[in-house]
Design a protein around this ligand. Structure first.
Ligand SMILES: Nc1nc2c(c(=O)[nH]1)N[C@H]1C(S)=C(S)[C@@H](COP(=O)(O)O)O[C@H]1N2
Ligand SMILES: [Mo]
Length: 510
């Protein structure tokens, strides 16, 4: 390795250390005060519209990433040059580092909402770059060069070269670690503060009303509070999406690809609907199901604007973390309340439930319809693309199966003899529940009383008064939907398309 080479890389490593430090400090000083983001922001605000359109056309939704990477590459070249210069003219290098700090600090000051603290990340980063560069240059200089300048093969040369490379690696790794940690913390801050500040848009119609009597004693709450709503996803940590940079792109087999921003989404017509969401992994009697009031814009209108081509039978929804689910295009356009949702029970979507936007499709299991952190809908064919769970053994199409559950008494509970309340929920989303029956031991099926529900897209509660006699008893439940289908007694596992069988509990009556 030539000496100027090493000096150049020392410059790059020092710049990386500066950026890593700045990203960490930006967690406190504000996301827009990190030098790359600040300088990138100034560029975005000042480039001519034509250049911006070119960037969007070439890089699509990744135009911001492209801009940041471009800025980072330019900075890398600058740092390399400074490193090389610094070997012979240290004061020039200092000047170059100061220039870096000042440009970053000034850019940060011009950002919306910036206070005096916005200069800290760039200046502190620059201050750190000085000793880091000095240290690496000294090491580089002590290292004999691999060219004719000295004996390249001496063990001293090999050892000191290794030491230099090791230290370079350590600086780069610490810088990258600090930078990524800073980025992650800042993103969390941006997403949570945007969520806190978000005021949900109004709907054009009055909100749906939960009829009196929808709630039955002994059953779970008819509306599931957000804090109790089951959560299922493949994300190790929930993606943190700042609505300011969120977009939804509808593309693929469409005549008119569209991309909407968060502000555009908020201006679209909004409706509120109660929809009961269920997970295909829910066992018979399980609790991976919940009912919430979702605020969102009907996806049908957006799809109509995009104008899917004939044959595009699958709408693939894609999350910011790459997860996908495939929904029949026809289902999204058949007039049911399929929503691009932003609100849950009167609040912005909780981060774990898809903030800022997700899909909710009445009648389909979540894994084929309810993409959280959604950013893309690609129209394609079922024959051409398998969404996330399909190669893992789950069905490509999965309407929710008619099911029912006993919430009280719990399995293994005891009761005094006499009149005992048996109650629970039943669901057949988008078809509706017609009848729920209860069986004690192997006696006759008795029709329970059905509570009213908001719509056929939600679960329905039921209640039955049982004249309990002393002894051990098995209680069973089964539902019949409005298509006339009665739940099969045949037990089936959740895979590949939803469990079947009757829920039963054993109760001892004394
Ligand atoms: N991005 C993303 N969206 C997702 C999933 C996921 O893993 N990633 N899981 C799906 C599954 S399997 C279900 S059942 C529902 C659950 O939604 P919830 O966590 O809000 O209850 O989200 C769906 N949306
Ligand atoms: Mo699921």
């Amino acid at each position: 390795m030539r000496k100027s080479f090493r000096a150049g890389f020392s410059g790059v490593a020092a710049a990386a250390a500066a950026l890593g430090m700045a990203e960490l400090l930006a967690v406190f000083a504000g996301a827009r005060s990190a030098p790359l983001v600040a300088v990138g922001g100034v560029v975005v605000d000042h480039v001519p519209a034509a250049v911006k359109d070119f960037g969007v056309a070439v890089f699509g939704v990744h135009d911001k990433t492209a801009l940041l990477s471009g800025t980072a590459i330019l900075l890398g070249l600058y740092a390399y040059g400074l490193g090389v210069l610094a070997r012979r003219r240290w004061p020039v290098a200092i000047g170059g580092i100061v220039l870096f700090g000042v440009v970053g600090a000034v850019a940060a000051l011009t950002r919306p909402g910036a206070g005096p603290g916005a200069v800290v990340p760039s200046l502190a980063g620059a201050a750190l770059a000085v000793p880091v560069l000095r240290h690496l240059l000294r090491l580089a200089d002590e290292t004999p060069s691999g060219t004719s300048e000295s004996r390249p093969d001496s063990s001293y040369a090999v050892e000191s070269r290794r030491r230099f490379v090791r230290q370079l690696g350590i600086v780069a790794a610490v810088a990258a670690g600090g930078g990524l940690a800073g980025r992650w913390l800042t993103a969390r801050g941006a997403a949570t503060s945007a969520r806190d500040e978000l005021r949900l848009p109004a709907t054009s119609e009055p909100p749906p009303v939960v009829p009196a009597g929808a709630q039955v004693e002994g059953a779970v709450p008819y509306v599931t509070p957000n804090s109790d709503f089951y959560r299922i996803d493949t994300a190790l940590v929930s993606p943190l999406v700042d609505p300011a940079s969120w977009t939804l792109r509808i593309h693929g087999m469409v005549r008119n690809p569209i991309t909407i921003t968060w502000d555009e989404l908020l201006k679209r017509p909004m409706v509120e609907r109660y929809v009961t969401l269920a997970c295909v992994s829910n066992e018979v009697g399980g609790d991976l199901i919940g009912n919430a009031r979702w605020l969102g814009t009907p996806i049908k209108a957006l799809l109509d604007e995009a104008d899917p081509l004939p044959g595009a039978d699958q709408a693939v929804q894609r999350s910011v973390d790459g997860w996908t689910c495939g929904t029949p295009t026809a289902v999204l356009r058949d007039g049911r309340d399929a929503l691009l949702a932003i609100g849950m029970n009167g609040e912005p979507l909780p981060v774990g439930h898809g903030f800022p936007a997700r899909m909710i499709v009445p009648g389909l299991y979540g894994y084929v319809s309810a993409c959280k952190w959604i950013t893309e809908i690609e129209l394609t064919r079922f024959a051409d693309f398998d969404a996330y769970w399909v190669p893992r053994g789950w069905a490509a199409q999965a309407p929710i199966k008619t099911q029912s559950r006993i919430d009280t008494p719990r399995d293994g509970a005891s009761r005094k003899s006499g009149q005992v309340v048996v109650a629970g929920v039943a669901w057949a989303q988008h078809r509706g529940i017609a009848k729920v029956e209860v069986q004690v031991d192997d006696g006759p099926w008795e029709v329970s009383s059905l509570a009213p529900a908001v719509s056929d897209d939600t679960w329905r509660q039921w209640s039955h008064s049982w004249a309990a006699e002393p002894g051990e008893h098995v209680l069973r439940v089964r539902a019949t939907d409005l298509d006339g289908y009665t739940q099969t007694s045949e037990p089936a596992d959740p895979a590949p398309d939803g469990a079947t069988g009757w829920h039963e509990v054993t109760v001892s009556v004394g």
